[in-house]
Design a protein around this ligand. Structure first.
Ligand SMILES: Cc1cc2nc3c(=O)[nH]c(=O)nc-3n(C[C@H](O)[C@H](O)[C@H](O)COP(=O)(O)OP(=O)(O)OC[C@H]3O[C@@H](n4cnc5c(N)ncnc54)[C@H](O)[C@@H]3O)c2cc1C
Length: 390
């Protein structure tokens, strides 16, 4: 997967041009983790996920750029995008019209139309190409064309009641992504709920401080803070020293932030100063993290204690046992609200995403023992009931 993700692929290693390689990957990796290469395939997958009982879907258009800290290179832009960049953006800081931003806008706008009322759009801002990632590398806002595209997408989502989760990406681009998303929250989260959520990676040592800064802005300026919490997916390419030293530290950070938000005591908020309006989105495959968070939320509601609205999500093709365990806890009030998050795009566009899923599923081997035990118990139950009936 890592070799196939490199931009200078020859015909045989180009997944969009070599039909045999494309066919093999489509039936194995792609169909496990992705929604579709076309609008029709994607809509069919969305229907299937909703029929399984999920509250809704989160859909992403796959185009993105990953920065590899070890080699100091960017990966993930499709060949077409690189060609467009060469043809159009030779002096790119000054370009008036960037073909990559337009391609990203078009793909993202198409994604919005695939979604229904109450669904979520997830966006990877680096998919808009080098003019945008160059600005993000410097912690700057992207060019006006990108800001206009984002504004147009947010307005359309608001009209269609589709909320937006802005993904956290490689650390190299993160300060720019956080900055542009905070501006969007400031503008659009003013109706008592979060239309826009920023994603915070609990594995980064700096995350509690980042959250505290953004909560201060939300409190002072009176908008709802959209807090999507993940552990973080770029451990293989980001600078290791920025990430907690052990998995236990990342787990403690994740659970501390999630439970602090649900108890409305996070850092100085809820202790020295009032707690701002927060909407929480917990994206995780860790069963203990999500079940504990749901139980805490229910206990606080039952005891009449303050808490914040919370929703849960797992990735399409991963940890169905966790998703269905959450769905089985569903009470009369419809909570927990569980979503499945999928990605659509051509095979080439989805490669960087598929590579992260391949790496992550090495961790998931640990979790498969839970799924194996659940399947074994279910098999035993069915066997017993078959004997009982006969
Ligand atoms: C709906 C959804 C949306 C997501 N969106 C994003 C996103 O926008 N950006 C993003 O970066 N990720 C995103 N992720 C992926 C997420 O960050 C995790 O990589 C993934 O879910 C695995 O973590 P987990 O919470 O499921 O738990 P687990 O499987 O219990 O934890 C695995 C994670 O722990 C951390 N970890 C593992 N080993 C170590 C170690 N030695 N030291 C320190 N930490 C370690 C890593 O973050 C690893 O991914 C998303 C996940 C979901 C479900």
């Amino acid at each position: 997967m890592s070799i196939l993700s490199k931009p200078d692929r020859n015909y045989f290693l180009n997944v969009d041009r070599n039909p045999i390689l494309h066919g093999i990957l489509k039936k194995t990796f792609y169909e496990q983790f992705c929604a579709g290469e076309t609008d029709a395939e994607t809509r069919a997958t969305i229907r299937e996920l909703k029929d399984m009982g999920f509250r809704g879907v989160i859909m992403t258009y796959a185009k993105e750029t990953v920065f590899d800290h070890r080699t100091n290179t960017q990966q993930g832009l499709g060949i077409a995008a690189l060609e467009a960049e060469k043809n159009n953006d030779t002096a790119h800081p000054l370009v008036a019209h960037c073909a990559n931003i337009e391609a990203w806008r078009k793909g993202t706008a198409e994604t919005v139309e695939q979604l229904d009322d109450g669904d979520y759009l997830a966006v990877k801002l680096t998919g808009a190409g080098p003019t945008v990632t160059d600005a993000f590398s410097k912690g700057e806002l992207p060019p006006p064309q990108m800001l206009e595209a984002l504004d147009q997408i947010c307005a359309r989502c608001k009209e269609r009641n589709v909320r937006i989760l802005v993904d956290a990406e490689s650390h190299h681009f993160l300060s720019g992504i956080l900055r542009v998303t905070l501006d969007l929250m400031r503008k659009y989260n003013r109706d008592g709920y979060a239309l826009i959520y920023n994603t915070y990676q609990a594995y980064l040592k700096s995350t509690p401080e980042t959250i505290a800064k953004h909560m201060t802005v939300a409190q002072q300026e009176g908008f709802t803070f959209g807090l999507k919490l993940v552990r973080g997916a770029y451990i293989a390419s980001d600078e290791r020293s920025l990430i907690h030293d052990t998995k236990d530290d990342t787990d403690a950070a994740y659970n501390g932030i999630a439970q602090g938000a649900l108890k409305q005591t996070l850092g100085k908020f809820g202790v020295e100063t009032t707690f701002p309006s927060v909407n929480l989105f917990l994206a995780s495959h860790n069963k203990a993290s999500v079940v504990d968070a749901h139980n805490l939320h229910q206990q606080r509601i039952a005891a009449g204690l303050p808490t914040v609205p919370v929703r849960f999500a797992q990735l399409h093709g991963m940890s169905d046992e966790v998703s269905f365990s959450l769905l089985q806890l569903k009470g009369g009030d419809g909570s927990p609200e569980v979503y499945k998050c999928s990605t659509w795009g051509t095979m080439g566009e989805c490669l960087a995403y598929l590579l992260r899923r391949a790496i992550e599923n090495r961790d998931a081997v640990l979790r498969t023992s839970d799924e194996y035990n659940a399947l074994k118990a279910e098999f035993g139950r069915r066997l017993k009931s078959a004997f009982f009936l006969s």
